[in-house]
Design a binder for this molecule. Sequence first.
Ligand code: DQA
Length: 143
Amino acid sequence: MTVLILNGPNLGRLGRRQPEIYGHTTHAELAERCQEWGRDLGLEVEVRQTNHEGEMLDWLNAAADAGHPVVLNAAAWTHYSYAIFDACAQLTAPLVEVHLSEPLQRPEEFRHTSVVTPHAATVIAGHGVDGYRRALEFLAGSL
Ligand code: DQA
C-alpha cells in the first residue's frame, strides 16, 4: 500500500522560503529523502505538493477511496480549511499530521488551531524535514 505524502501551499518553495523557519532543504530534496526513508522501512512512498486546495481535496478523496495512509502537511490550510477537515474525516487508513516548524510555538495565533489534528493518529511538528522520516516510521509501525 502506497503512503501518500501530501504537501500544501507554499511548500514548493522549501529551501528558499523563510529558511530560518523552514530550513534549507528543497521540496525536491525532501521528496528524494522520503523515497529513501520509505525504501529503508519497506514502504512505497509518493510525494506531492500543490498550491491549489481543490487539487489537495481530490487527492484526499482518492486516498479515502483507495485506503491509502497519508502524511499531510496542509501548511496554511491546516489552520482554517473546513474542506480539509471534512476530507481528512473521510480517510480510513492512518493519517499523520506533519509540520516543519512547531505552529503552537509560533507567535501568530491563527497557527494555534488545526483542522487536521482531530483526525490525525499523531502530530509531528518542529523537527524540520526529519519530521517526515518520523511520520514514515510511525506508519511503518502501525500498518
Ligand atoms: C507549516 C506551518 C504552517 O503554519 C504554515 O502556514 C506553513 C508550513 C510547517 O510545515 O511548519 O505553510 O505547515
